[in-house]
Design a protein around this ligand. Structure first.
Ligand SMILES: *Cc1c(COP(=O)(O)O)cnc(C)c1O
Length: 386
């Protein structure tokens, strides 16, 4: 299939193997450890076999990985057991002891924990950069800088990175660019086309889409395919066939769901901007957002996740607001069909994020937007009354 196809078509058509499975539309779940070989000779030629052992892939993993790869415009996609595992594997696959990496200051919390924990112990140094630094990142490069790790828009505070500008600098210095692209997915941000070398998805979120599976993917071009798949294989990483089946079922409707998440999210963001309880809405698709111009240039859409800075209130009022909500579940993760909210706790070390009051994160699900607005309205009434 041509990579020029639209995401909606790729999501439906990619990775299907009906001819090899009696015409079934979906590739069945292959639960297996052992794969039997026909003869002594074929067992000895095991390394050339398409399937050799359960951990090394089955039609279930292959269908899913091929579909994600098509959507990403990648040579290879590797599926791993969680989004965080995709992040740590992508980093470890390309750095060695003595290397230096640059990481955006608004990065997902567990990524930061990995960098100053496990990665530091292996002798890899991390410097955090201002997410809005753009080409100015060049000043932070050292002779041993191997990787720029980005996330855009970044977790919790939603600043947009100038990925093409940073990628140009990184490549000039012989470094690679990895991106946690979970927010936009390849449907709204074609990361590899924008200069990213390792495109990472927490497939737990929008790809799975139904809050019932945990998985991650790393997608790369031909130059890194052997290195990344080989590293994941050496570590024994493997995504189970049932999870691959669920994630692929989610992926089939990804573009359709995203369009609704985008619409609902923006409707809520605009409504929240007009509320007296709100100090600032953090959503790059809003014209008022500092990242809006970059978002408009580089992204083709927005997902349903965004932040809201409230005006200062006592914690009891925040609790009353959240406890009054009916359709917004209070819980971690996002990207499923349902709306969610959390109070957000962010960590910064290179830059300051000025929040006058509490920061909350909303995920707009697929519900009717008027019902969601009514829910928030009831929450604000409970906040007022508390
Ligand atoms: C949730 C999340 C991850 C981690 O995914 P898991 O599957 O929960 O490990 C990574 N990056 C971002 C931006 C996330 O929101």
């Amino acid at each position: 299939m041509s990579h020029k196809s639209k995401p909606e078509t790729i999501a439906v058509a990619a990775g299907r193997m009906s001819a090899e499975h009696f015409g079934t539309v979906n590739t069945p779940v292959y639960r297996t450890s052992t794969i039997l070989h026909e003869s002594y000779a074929s067992l000895k030629a095991e390394n050339e076999a398409r399937y050799s052992y359960g951990r090394c892939g089955t039609p279930s993993t292959e269908s899913f990985e091929r579909a994600v790869a098509e959507l990403e415009g990648a040579a290879r996609t590797v599926s791993v057991p969680s989004g965080l595992n995709a992040i740590t594997t992508a980093i470890l696959a390309v750095v060695s002891t003595g290397d230096h990496i640059l990481v955006t200051d608004n990065v997902y919390g567990p990524t930061r924990r990995f960098c100053h924990g496990a990665l530091k112990r292996l002798g890899v140094e991390t410097t955090y950069f201002d997410p809005t630094i753009g080409a100015g990142i060049e000043e932070l490069f050292k002779p041993n800088t191997k990787l720029v790790f980005t996330e855009s828009p970044g977790s919790l505070t939603f600043e947009v990175c100038d990925i093409p500008a940073m990628a140009e600098v990184a490549h000039k210095h012989g470094a690679l660019v990895a991106m946690d692209n979970t927010w936009a997915t390849p449907v709204y941000f074609p990361a590899l086309k924008r200069g990213v070398d390792l495109s990472i998805q927490a497939a737990t979120k929008y790809i799975g889409g139904h809050s019932d599976v945990m998985m991650g993917t790393i997608s790369v071009g031909p130059d890194l395919a052997k290195q990344v798949t080989g590293y994941a294989r050496d570590l024994g990483l493997f995504a189970g066939p049932d999870d691959c089946y669920l994630a692929l079922r989610g992926l089939r409707t990804l573009p359709v769901r995203l369009a609704r998440h985008w619409g609902n999210g923006l409707t809520l963001a605009r409504w929240l901007e007009g509320r007296p309880e709100v100090a600032r809405v953090l959503h790059p698709a809003l014209e008022s957002d500092p990242g809006h111009a970059l978002w408009k240039r580089d992204f083709t859409g927005a997902s349903g996740l965004f932040g809201v800075v409230l005006k200062p209130i006592p914690e009891a009022k925040l609790a009353a607001f959240m406890d009054a909500l009916e359709f917004f579940g209070l819980g971690y993760s996002w990207g499923g069909y349902e709306s969610l909210m959390i109070p957000a706790h962010y960590v910064r070390t290179a830059t300051k994020f000025d929040a006058t009051g509490p920061l909350i994160r909303l995920h707009a699900g697929l519900e009717d937007p008027a019902d969601l607005i009514a829910d928030l309205e009831a929450g604000f009434a409970a906040m007022e009354a508390a």
